[in-house]
Structures are given as structure tokens and as C-alpha cells.
Design a protein around this ligand. Structure first.
Ligand SMILES: NC(=O)c1ccc[n+]([C@@H]2O[C@H](COP(=O)([O-])OP(=O)(O)OC[C@H]3O[C@@H](n4cnc5c(N)ncnc54)[C@H](O)[C@@H]3O)[C@@H](O)[C@H]2O)c1
Length: 264
């Protein structure tokens, strides 16, 4: 199927690389006019050139309100409308709680939480005024559980999940749908920083039901669905795209264990 976003204007934050780039590519292929909003100027410009006339790179720091205001002005003057927003930009930081600096806490929450909130405020605000639109907030499987040494990132992704519910309530009556997507491990700079290839990139995923890392295109497909009219009755939902990770860890029973379990 093609043309699932025909005539729609979509903004993808963090759209210059990784999952954001896969989302920008897929949205453009499905007929959207895509705005790649990212700090990475070189990558963003190159991707916009690759995608042709229907793509535009715009520098955005999601943590900076003035940057959002400028983005919305640019998109509205160029296209006159915004139909879809994927709040995808985020950063990750690994540290035990007792070693977290206040500055690091501020930075991660500013990008991951304030960034999504400002997107909802400025882009969502325009959508509500127009009476239509769809927003996808990219959370994580880590927004559904705790993770040692990832408390800061995990907290930010729980916040994005909670924010999604409140936004769905505020925006739903105005015709704007807000949902969250929860990726598991994904093959990007964030999820595979050593750029491992082949079976090596799946090491560590043995207990995830599908037993492998995800590809950015697999997450983009979920955002596409939620931003398309096929999801016209879906709001406030959370969609796991994680190879089954949120369902639980696959248990490798010790020899003999299943038999004794079934005899209980
Ligand atoms: N990769 C994973 O394993 C994984 C798993 C679960 C959730 N996620 C989430 O998926 C989303 C995309 O992650 P990814 O793996 O593609 O990461 P990535 O690091 O490859 O890409 C993130 C993009 O966000 C941009 N960005 C960072 N800070 C920004 C800012 N202040 N303003 C604008 N842009 C900014 C970066 O420049 C980059 O292009 C994130 O929300 C991430 O938390 C990733």
C-alpha cells in the first residue's frame, strides 16, 4: 500500500538519523511532505536532498521553546498546515542513581520530557486549532519497567508515556489523536552504539521473545500506522514494538523443570 499519508504534512523530531530518519523516509514514501527537525544539520540536509522536493530540513533543539516557535512558523508559512508530529528526539545516559549529576538530570529531562511537551504545546496547539492531527510520542520499553543504571532515561520515558495519556484527553475532543510507541532495542547509534553487525547485534536479546534487535524501519511502521487515517479511532494508546520484550523475558527452563511444573 502507498499513499497512506498523501497530502499530509509531518514533522519528525530527531529525524536526521536512526529511527527518525527511517520514519522520515517511510513517511515521504507514503506521500507526506516531511519536515526533518534535528540538531544534526549535515545529516538532516543530506536526508532532505535524498527525499527530494517533499522534504525539508529545519534545525530544531527540542529543549528550546524559541526553536519550536521558529519551526512552526517555517512549516506553516511553507505548507499552511501540520497533520502529523513524531516526537522522536531523545538522548540516553547510563549512570547509577548515586552518580547522577544534577546537570545530567536537567539535560536528559529537558530533551526527552520538556522537548515532547513543547512539541505538544506548539505543534499540537496548531493541530487543535485546525481540528485535526495525529501525534506519536516515542517512549520505550523502558517507559514500562525499571532499569538499573538507566533510571534517568527510564523516568523520562515513563513521563513521555504519562504525558501521552494526558495529551490524548486534552486534545481528543479537539480532533487530535495522541499515542505512544514503545520500542525495545533498536539498531541505531543509541541502541547499537558499537555498530555490531550480523548475529553479533542480537547478542543480549536471547530472552526477548523474538530473540533479536529491532530495525528502525520496524518502529517507523508503527508510527506510520498511528499517524495515518487507518488509526482514526486510536487515541491514548501505547503500542509496544519490541519483539515481545514488554510481555516478559523468555524463560530457558533447566532440564527437567517443565515436567515438574506441569505435574503441580
Ligand atoms: N535505539 C533504541 O534501542 C531505542 C529503544 C527504545 C526507544 N528509543 C527511542 O527512540 C527514539 C529514537 O532513538 P534512536 O535510537 O533513533 O536514537 P539516535 O541517537 O540514533 O537518534 C536520535 C536523534 O535525535 C536527535 N536529537 C537529540 N537531541 C536533540 C535535540 N535536543 N533536539 C533535536 N534533535 C535532537 C539526534 O541528533 C538524533 O538525530 C528516541 O526517543 C529513543 O529514546 C530508542
Amino acid at each position: 500500500m502507498t499513499g497512506r499519508l498523501e497530502d499530509k504534512v509531518a514533522i519528525v523530531t530527531g529525524g536526521a538519523r536512526g529511527m527518525g530518519a527511517a520514519t522520515s523516509r517511510l513517511f515521504a514514501r507514503e506521500g507526506a511532505r516531511v519536515v526533518i527537525a534535528d540538531l544534526l544539520e549535515e545529516e538532516g540536509t543530506a536526508l532532505a536532498q535524498e527525499l527530494g522536493d517533499n522534504a525539508l530540513y529545519q534545525r530544531l533543539d527540542v529543549a528550546d521553546e524559541a526553536s519550536w516557535i521558529a519551526l512552526v512558523e517555517t512549516v506553516m508559512s511553507r505548507h499552511g498546515r501540520i497533520d502529523a508530529l513524531v516526537n522522536n528526539a531523545a538522548i540516553v545516559a547510563f549512570a547509577p542513581i548515586v552518580e547522577l549529576s544534577a546537570d545530567l538530570i536537567d539535560r536528559v529531562l529537558a530533551v526527552n520530557v520538556k522537548g515532547a511537551m513543547l512539541g505538544l504545546k506548539h505543534v499540537g496547539g496548531k493541530m487543535c486549532a485546525a481540528g485535526r492531527g495525529a501525534i506519536v510520542n516515542i517512549s520505550s520499553v523502558d517507559g514500562m519497567r525499571g532499569v538499573n543504571s538507566l533510571s534517568l532515561y527510564s523516568s523520562s520515558k515513563w513521563a513521555v508515556r504519562g504525558l501521552t495519556k494526558s495529551a490524548a484527553l486534552e486534545f481528543g475532543p479537539l480532533g487530535v489523536r495522541v499515542n505512544s510507541v514503545h520500542p525495545g532495542g533498536v539498531n541505531t547509534v543509541m541502541g547499537n552504539p558499537q555498530n555490531l553487525e550480523g548475529t553479533a547485534k542480537n547478542v543480549g536479546y536471547e530472552r526477548v521473545p523474538l530473540q533479536r534487535i529491532g530495525e528502525p524501519e520496524e518502529i517507523a511502521a508503527a508510527s506510520l500506522f498511528l499517524c495515518s487515517d487507518e488509526a482514526s479511532y486510536i487515541a491514548g494508546a501505547e503500542l509496544s514494538v519490541d519483539g515481545g520484550w514488554a510481555a516478559g523475558y523468555y524463560h530457558h527452563y533447566l532440564p527437567g523443570a517443565p515436567a515438574s511444573l506441569t505435574s503441580i
